[in-house]
Design a protein around this ligand. Structure first.
Ligand SMILES: *Cc1c(COP(=O)(O)O)cnc(C)c1O
Length: 383
């Protein structure tokens, strides 16, 4: 890691948190913005001319909505998706005017005027939201942009088929609404052989033809890899930009984006029979050398994770329970004296990928990323 490429984004952390220096932090989260840019370029290449947005919900999947947005804007990305209008307000304030910001979770009752004033574009997910946005536009005396989301078979967000059919027959239903996209979301895009993908695509086709003509958008990260019939006019990748494998049954076509290293807080040797960690869930079967790292579930590493850290390619298994602020490692596989206080071990990096770490924790890379806590020293590369 080259010092010249480091950059601290002072304002990019979740509200209320402060940047943490490397010397006082227990763990270091390295975020490679150059890799995010390369991942965006790789997706663009696959999309062959189709527009590509960036999904920045949950603070850019935990990595910082502002630095990620800035990196994507350098690649020409000018459409962002967040989940909540509140996230959209924060992002608009951080990046200023310019890129379009859509809020996936729709338009909560009472939020319409604020959303319109901030120039945010809601997804219209229900008939009442459509009415509310239309009335807001009429009151404002201008057209207001939005995307219409339809439920093509996930039963989560978007207008149902019944609602779409009803509004399709209603005169003036879309008056004063500037429909930027008609959208839907795939439930099983990471399972390319599932028939549900094609059923959803066909239902999307049927529903969008009932609506006023507008550009269409269906594919998330994995959807991009289902092929050109799923690309339409705009793709909406999130996870793949951040290095999560969008094709879980094949090699990862994306570059890794994050690394996590934790500091050794203490080392010790214990005798056979020593009880290790909370609940003494483990007793030493023989003499062991241990290292305690300053990293735990308070940093987002799941307590249930049966996992390991790595040093110089050597696996250092967790022993005993994961605590809030510490984890005990068995370092007996390393020559005595190799590790001392302040040394760094790897949790995610060259020895253990994000997806592997997620697998050991019984979860997915998305959840690891969005669980990462506020105590890390965050090091941005390639800013
Ligand atoms: C989260 C989300 C995306 C991005 O999904 P990834 O799997 O992270 O690429 C796209 N569209 C919608 C509606 C979403 O909720």
């Amino acid at each position: 890691m080259n010092d010249d490429t480091r950059h601290d984004f002072q304002d990019c952390h979740a509200a209320g948190s402060q940047p943490v220096s490397e010397t006082v932090a227990g763990a270091i989260l390295t975020i490679d913005l150059g890799a995010i840019r390369e991942n965006y370029r790789r997706l663009k290449a696959r999309l062959a001319g189709v527009r590509c947005a960036g999904v920045l919900k949950a603070n850019g999947y935990g990595l910082g909505a502002l630095p990620v947005a800035s990196a994507l804007m350098q690649e020409g990305c000018d459409i962002f998706f967040v989940a909540l209008l509140g996230e959209g307000l924060a992002l608009r304030k951080a990046i200023g005017p310019g890129p379009d910001i859509f809020a996936l979770n729709g338009l909560p009752p009472g939020s319409e005027a604020e959303a319109a004033a901030a120039g945010l574009f809601p997804l219209i997910n229900s008939a009442p939201q459509l009415t509310a946005w239309r009335e807001t536009a009429r009151a404002a005396g201008r057209n207001l942009p939005a995307a219409i989301q339809v439920d093509s078979g996930m039963a989560r967000l978007g207008m149902s088929a019944v609602e779409v059919e009803a509004v399709a027959g209603e005169a003036g239903a879309f008056e004063n609404i500037d429909i930027r996209f008609v959208m839907s979301h795939l439930a099983r895009a990471d399972e390319p052989h599932e028939a549900a993908n094609e059923s959803q695509r066909l239902e999307f086709e049927r529903l969008r033809k009932l609506l006023p003509p507008a550009p269409a958008s269906l594919a998330n990260s994995s959807g991009i890899f289902l092929g050109p019939t799923y690309h339409y006019d705009l793709a909406r990748p999130g996870a793949a930009l951040y290095g999560v494998n969008p094709t879980p049954h094949e090699a990862n076509p994306m570059l890794p984006v994050i690394q996590i290293h934790a500091k050794v807080a203490q080392t010790r040797a214990v005798e056979k029979g020593a009880g290790i960690g909370y609940g003494h869930t483990l007793h030493a079967q023989g003499p062991l050398r241990l290292a305690t790292i300053s990293f735990g579930y308070g940093d987002g590493w799941h307590r249930r994770a049966a996992s390991a850290a790595w040093f110089d390619g050597v696996r250092l298994p967790f022993v005993g329970r994961v605590s809030m602020d510490s984890i005990i490692l068995d370092i007996s596989a390393l020559p005595a004296g190799t590790l001392s206080e302040g040394d760094l071990v790897e949790l995610i990096g060259t020895s253990q990928s994000l997806d592997d770490a997620a697998g050991h924790a019984g979860t997915i890379g998305y959840e690891i990323l969005t669980s990462l806590g506020q105590r890390f020293h965050r090091r941005y590369l390639g800013a």
